[in-house]
Design a protein around this ligand. Structure first.
Ligand code: MSP
Length: 500
């Protein structure tokens, strides 16, 4: 059995989960489910990023210890992911000892490999970004544009990572596509950064100033830089640095690391260089999604519930929330999510197109075929667009083009649902004069709904479970060649997407 490894970024615990985070998570979950449904051995990793200045400051503001804040907020993340129907394999917290031990080992190894050196440094630090910024990055008021805060001047001696020693190799891997960056425009963006020149970066902070983090094993006066700590989660979760490397050997390198565009630099530059220095394989691809605003505004705590993923789940259900967020705009693009406009899309696509289609077909089969799959052959021509979409998805998956795979899955419901509704309207099997080919038409419709449902299963997992169950097909495969059993019972499922 082949395997598929997908990761998400680990989420900062300074704030509660919002639909921007949920988007990253849904993307990863859809990929994990697609590969699981085709029979791959899937490893899907997520977690929380709990160290660093940003979390320490949020804790101070909340009057809690950083650990207490993390312990509280991690529950919110886990509850949100449960609500959205995310099926991860492992959830790592950077305060867990398995992570701390792995990071400690990795740091010792970087030191021993000669990848680090000490240097006095002065720079402008933005805790919101957890990164140094330059004067050039600031707006006309001297504020860091994303977090709207004035960076602080930091002057101290830190350990630096010799990026210059690995830059050429990282660039080569990206150019060759060994480390694919998808969609392709993002790859060009990264190569553009190399052209500008990238310096060595500081990998530690003085422990006095940033005590909330992992101490360097070879210099306890320094705390590991939170991004270095965080990036290593991808391998510590698999047992890197522990005595047991079996999971690591099976599931690393990752096939897809899902990230938002704001953290591309860390994943395309810092991370591969660290892996090279550790003598470990690089991930096969980075899948980069856009950044979005809600109702025209940047997502922020003050916006409140409108951005809570569980709020959408309460209104529309988990499957619809997944679908609405994933198809809000084409994969990779940034844009605005208008919360009110979601309702129109819910009705048009989920209630009126897909939900209605399933109900119509199952009801017609109950009325005209005694509630079982007619033995007639399906019309292959009518099912051809669905077969083509399955083939396109399979090709994208085989080539590890997860951006293309998401595009096929995202388009499927509206276009193929529409196609099947038009097909049944034209054939009008309910009319007495069409009784002669009624069985063929209904078999075609049943197979069409079944195969479309299989294609949508990664996006709409519980709905697909209900429909497959109603068609007595729970044990059937999900691929393009799956078909219903002759004579199998077909029940009319409950209304799948009740209008709200
Ligand atoms: N902790 C770091 C990641 C470390 S990974 C080794 C981090 N955390 S985060 O909580 O700020 O963001 C996590 C993910 O949520 C990122 O992929 C980010 O792009 C995504 N999003 C956060 N806000 C978002 C939007 N407004 N829109 C889309 N995605 C957003 O970065």
């Amino acid at each position: 059995m082949d395997r598929f490894t997908v990761t998400t970024p680990i989420f900062y615990v300074n704030a509660r989960p919002h639909i921007g985070h949920a988007y990253t998570m849904i993307v990863a979950d859809v990929l994990a489910r697609y590969h699981r449904n085709r029979g791959a051995d899937v490893w899907f990793l997520t977690g929380t990023d709990e160290h660093g200045q940003k979390v320490a400051e949020a804790a101070r503001e909340a009057g809690k210890s950083p650990q207490a804040l993390a312990d509280a907020v991690v529950k919110d993340f886990q509850a949100a992911w449960k609500g959205v129907g995310i099926g991860y394999s492992d959830f790592i917290r950077t305060t867990e000892s398995r992570h701390v031990d792995g990071v400690t080992q990795a740091l010792a190894r970087l030191h021993a490999a000669g990848a680090l050196y000490e240097k006095a440094y002065r720079g402008l630090y933005c805790p919101g970004c957890e990164a140094f910024v330059t004067e050039k990055d600031l707006d006309e008021h001297g504020l860091e544009p994303l977090h709207q805060k004035k960076p602080t001047v930091v002057e101290e001696t830190n350990w630096f990572f010799r990026f210059s020693a690995y830059a050429g190799e990282v660039k080569k891997r990206i150019e060759r596509g060994d480390l694919a960056i998808l969609p392709h425009e993002r790859r060009n963006e990264v190569l553009g950064l190399f052209a500008q020149g990238i310096g060595d970066f500081s990998l530690s902070r003085s422990r006095e100033r940033v005590p909330w983090g992992i101490p360097l094993p070879f210099d306890p006066s320094q705390t590991a830089y939170v991004w270095v700590d965080a990036l290593l989660n991808y391998i510590t979760a698999l047992g890197y640095g522990s005595g047991d490397l079996s999971a690591f050997k099976t599931y690393w390198p990752a096939d897809v690391q899902v990230i938002g565009q704001d953290i591309l630099k860390f994943h395309a530059i810092t991370w591969p260089a660290m892996l090279l220095a550790l003598d470990l394989p690089l991930p096969r691809s980075l899948l980069v999604h856009g950044f979005f605003t809600v109702n025209g505004k940047k997502i922020s705590k003050s916006l409140g519930n409108a951005v809570d993923p569980l709020e959408l789940v309460r209104q529309y259900g988990a499957d619809a929330t997944r679908y609405l967020l994933l198809t809000a705009f084409p994969f990779g693009q940034s844009g605005d999510i208008n919360i009110r406009a979601l309702k129109g899309k819910f009705r048009a696509d989920l209630a009126d197109t897909y939900g209605n289609l399933v109900a119509r077909v199952a009801t017609l089969v109950a009325e005209h075929c005694d509630g079982s799959v007619p033995t007639a052959d399906a019309d292959a021509a009518a099912l051809a667009p669905i077969a083509a979409a399955h083939a396109e998805a399979a090709k994208a998956a085989a080539e590890n083009r997860s951006d293309a795979l998401l595009a096929v899955l995202g388009r499927a419901l509206a276009s193929l649902g529409q196609h099947l509704n038009v097909t049944i309207d034209r054939a009008a099997p309910w009319k007495p004069e069409n009784a002669v080919n009624r069985e063929e038409v209904l078999r075609t419709m049943l197979e069409g709904v079944f195969r479309l449902t299989n294609l949508l299963a990664p996006l709409l997992p519980s709905t697909a479970g209900v429909v497959r169950g109603a068609f007595s097909a729970s044990g059937q495969p999900y691929g393009g060649d799956a078909r219903l059993a002759d004579g199998a019972r077909v029940a009319v499922p409950p209304i799948l997407f009740p209008k709200t």
